[in-house]
Design a protein around this ligand. Structure first.
Ligand code: ADE
Length: 230
């Protein structure tokens, strides 16, 4: 049983990599795949870079070259609901790519044309396990709901509120929906766990730098317990 762990940025993986007992490293598509033992479990940790294309390439390599059984995506996200605040954690139950638009052909906004699903559902068992552990985080909420993904950093209140009303999104980021699509196509269980670093809908988009540290610590802690209990 090998778990693939994807983060978009070095900062999101720094705490995890400190704990990894590396057995093998392979570089492909400009990404370093680090295989080893993390708290006694076999994992491959990789920084995919920012955006949907990087994330998709990375996920497919994890599946093809490392034969991972599950994929977990951790990192930070922007809150879109007004009460999803920096430091809170959102566990995705489903993901949608908000920048996919073929509405001109009659598709719903976000629908990938000719695909048999609108949203990508996370593995229920992984979601419930993450939720169980999340209760331990003090002073912040842990929510389960939809995360939306697009190739843009959302920092306008209008866009943020629109994502919330159009997609019922709790949070937005730039990789999860693409990782989810690749896992869906390859029939691999996955979950996306994001800690909130900013919230444009309430004007907290400047909080990004300030909250990144605490956000990353929160999602790393959840991941640690998930892996230890796996
Ligand atoms: N990641 C963290 N905050 C974000 C935001 N506001 N938009 C997109 N990705 C993010």
């Amino acid at each position: 049983m090998t778990i693939g762990i994807i983060g978009a940025m070095d900062e999101e993986l720094e705490l995890l990599l400190k704990e990894l007992n590396i057995k093998e490293k392979k570089t492909k598509a400009n990404m370093d795949f680090k295989y080893g033992l993390l708290w006694g479990k076999e994992v491959v940790i990789v920084r995919c870079g920012i955006g949907k294309v990087n994330a998709a390439i990375c996920t497919q390599i994890l599946i093809d070259d490392f034969d991972v059984d599950k994929v977990i995506n951790v990192g930070i996200a922007g809150g879109t609901e007004k009460d999803v605040l920096p430091g809170d954690v959102v566990i995705a139950d489903s993901l949608v790519q908000h920048d996919m638009d073929t509405t001109v052909f009659g598709d719903k906004l976000g629908q990938i044309p000719r695909l048999d699903t609108f949203d990508f559902k996370c593995d229920r068992e992984l979601v419930l396990k993450a939720k169980e552990i999340c209760g331990d985080i003090e002073g912040h909420k842990c929510l389960i709901g939809r995360i939306v993904t697009g190739d843009q950093f959302v920092n306008s209140p209008e866009k943020s509120r629109w994502l919330c009303s159009e997609f019922k999104a709790l949070a937005c980021e730039m990789e999860g929906g693409s990782i989810a699509q690749v896992c869906y196509l390859n029939k691999k269980p996955f979950v996306v766990i994001r800690s909130i670093s900013d919230n444009a809908s309430i004007g907290a988009h400047m909080e990004f730098e300030k909250f990144m540290g605490i956000s990353i610590a929160n999602s790393t802690n959840i991941l640690k317990k998930m892996i230890q209990n796996n």
